[in-house]
Ligand binder design. Sequence first.
Ligand code: HSE
Length: 297
Amino acid sequence: DSIKVHAPGTVANLVCGFDILGLALNEPCDEMEIKIIEEPKVIIHHNDNYNLPLEPEKNVCGVALLAMMDKLDHKFGFELTVTKHIKPGSGIGSSAASAAGPVVAANKLLGNYFSNEDLVQMAMFGEKLASGVKHADNIAPCIYGGITLIRAIHPLDIISIPAPPMYVTLVHPQIEVKTSDARQILKKQVLLKDAIKQWGNIAGLVAGFIKSDYELIGRSLEDVIIEPVRSILIPGFDDVKAQSKEAGALGGGISGSGPSIFMLSKNEKEARAVEVVMKDIYEKIGIEYYTYVTTIN
Ligand code: HSE
């Protein structure tokens, strides 16, 4: 018996909520098909061209499944076939989808033996292999869906945040920004006045989601700590942000650690207008790009 799941791309941080907020997308998604095998080992097949290592210990999917096998005393194993559509290094949660998809699929075969929180714990081993840090702001929305707040990771405290319907427009300029580098360049200390602005925005954003207050969501999508440092790595960033807002977006910023940029809009018409703006900017700059117009999953 095998089971197939779609592991969605995710947008981490949501501008002001560095390492604590994230949302799941309807597109792009990775496909994972898994079955239980008698031998206590992990076999991985990749149906994609990203040259990802197949040894389970070196593969993000494999590490997450090995963490699950540890919890099951290695009584049996898993055979996994992965088709990735979320490009590694895009900032759209590719490694989180690789880590979360296999354990979610395996858990379905096991009759939901583990809780979602257990699955996040296992998937975080995969995320650590990919980015060097055990952050859960992509993994949690990938597993729970919707918008999630990671209030804490020790111990894990995940809260699903209700939100009004919104469209997400994404552009992935084809440049490389490694999450580890994008974390390395951040300042280790924050000024109190910046911290005050930041927690005002985070609280405003969460309140805006819960109250379905689009205006409040829009004005809370501001980051005075991380974005000024990271945006330097992304050509066209300031133009995309400013012109997307002129085109009707509520706001947005860097998706995860970049290089993708995301914008939230109230309706599809605005989301499509934002896509046109993004395309124009990268055509002019002369960098290859992909765009997506999608909704929250
Ligand atoms: N919160 C993480 C970061 C997400 O911004 O470094 C990385 O995808």
